[in-house]
Design a protein around this ligand. Structure first.
Ligand code: CA
Length: 442
């Protein structure tokens, strides 16, 4: 697990002053990786600093890397980061140390590098962000007890939790091909469901929802047949992003018995562009969530000393809604959820070890998401299904109401990690707007 080092030093500042401003998601202590394209150029890897992107292809071409970080720097310049992820957290750490030195004020080469800024740094406003990896597989967990309980109560008020929930992190294999970059519009799906009067119909979903989640990209992974012990799980958790697991609730309710969600989820999943490395998140680790009185202890293979001590994360998570009318009147997006990743019942380490416990192979660039990150309070309900239950409309500051998302509504997810004595870092934003369902082909 990543230890704190000079790259986390709160006194360290970038020579690019905007990165030092309070509230900036991408100070020098963050340095997340992504893939971008500038008009007229090929796609390539970059590192976020302030409101700029360090163009890794330009940085490699300028000869800024030698020795251990050089190979990782080349991998970080590629148009997908799978190879960098496969190299593991040690390689990412060596690269991070060099990047931090290059970008820090009073660094050994600050004057020389700052003089090259025009060549090395791209304004984020001029870049189109692309998926950071070729995502071979996408698994979505269900690890908030509060989310699961609220959902379960609608079906079974006496016994809302599935029997396995406290014994293993529940998950399903979702769809990798429809994972989209933040900012890409999401089409309302056509689908089939049953109306309250018992009739079955096909058409545009009338219950389009979002789910506020955190995901991680798999690092080296495991060969098929070889599980990953919980003590080794951190070596395979490469970096984190925000995930919006768009969910069509009417389709989901009808299709999910007995095999679980299918078309209600595979329509699209949006992720934020910047992958915050495990090392950058190290200052914001927290103990694994405490079990409630009477809950079973996790079985031994899901119990690790370090995972229990620091397998959780203190990340503030928010969801905002921007309707077409708010956009027209110049109103800002309205916050509809404020929660924290500390509320999750299972750690990412437990999710990863459970996933590979049957010998299932996890590969570099696989995406694994936490499930909806709801907490115990009403304010921390992290999807509309919990907020409105499909019955009690949410009222927005301008008086508009929503049971579910309407066409033109945009959902914006934000995540930020803050802790006394450390410089706060952000996961950035994950945005997605609902476009109307396509007309069914004649
Ligand atoms: Ca989900």
């Amino acid at each position: 697990m990543a230890e704190l080092n000079a790259t986390h030093d709160p006194a360290r500042r970038a020579w690019l002053d905007i990165a030092n401003q309070p509230g900036c998601d991408f100070p020098i202590q963050n340095l997340p990786h992504g893939v971008f394209r500038r008009a007229g150029q090929s796609a390539r890897g970059g590192v976020a600093i302030g409101d700029r992107i360090l163009d890794m292809q330009a940085a490699v071409a300028a000869g800024l890397f030698a020795g251990a970080p050089a190979e990782a720097a080349r991998a970080a310049a590629e148009p997908s980061l799978n190879r960098l992820m496969a190299m593991g957290n040690g390689a990412a750490a060596a690269l991070r140390a060099r990047l931090s030195d290059l970008l820090r004020a009073e660094g050994p080469e600050a004057t020389r590098i700052a003089a090259m800024a025009d060549r090395l740094l791209v304004p984020m406003t001029e870049a189109e962000m692309l998926l950071p990896a070729e995502i071979g597989a996408f698994t979505d967990f269900l690890t908030s007890l509060y989310h699961t309980e609220r959902g379960g109560r609608q079906r079974n008020p006496e016994n809302p939790l599935p029997p396995a929930f406290r014994h293993l992190p529940v998950a399903y294999n979702s769809r990798a091909s429809s994972v989209r970059m933040s900012g890409e519009a999401v089409r309302r799906p056509n689908g089939q469901w049953q109306r309250p009067d018992g009739s079955v119909q096909f058409g545009p979903s009338e219950a389009q929802d979002f789910e506020l989640e955190v995901g991680f990209f798999v690092g080296p992974g495991n060969p098929i047949g070889e599980p990953i012990p919980i003590s080794a799980a951190p070596d395979h958790i490469w970096g984190f992003c925000l995930v919006n697991d768009w969910s069509a609730r009417d389709i989901q309710r009808w299709e999910s018995v007995p095999l679980g969600p299918f078309l209600s989820k595979s329509l699209s999943t949006s992720i934020s562009p910047w992958i915050v490395t495990a090392e950058a998140m190290a200052p914001f680790r927290a103990p694994a969530p405490a079990r409630l009185p009477g809950d079973p202890a996790p079985l031994p293979h899901l119990t690790g000393v370090r995972d229990q001590a620091e397998g959780g994360f203190d990340i503030t998570l928010e969801a905002f809604l921007l309707t077409p009318r708010m956009r027209e009147t110049g109103a800002g997006p309205a916050r509809i959820t404020s929660t924290n990743f500390l509320h999750m019942y299972w750690t990412f380490g437990q999710m990863l070890t459970h996933h590979a416990s049957n010998g299932c192979n996890l590969r570099p660039g696989d995406l694994i998401a936490s499930g909806t990150t709801s907490g115990p309070t009403d304010a921390s309900r992290a999807c509309l299904s919990e907020i409105t239950r499909g019955r009690d409309p949410l009222t927005l500051p301008n008086g508009e109401t929503r049971l579910w998302l309407q066409d033109g509504d945009e959902v914006i997810l934000r995540g930020r990690a803050e802790r006394t004595g450390h410089v706060a870092i952000g996961l950035g934003e994950c945005r997605g707007r609902i476009d109307p369902a396509p007309a069914w082909p004649a």
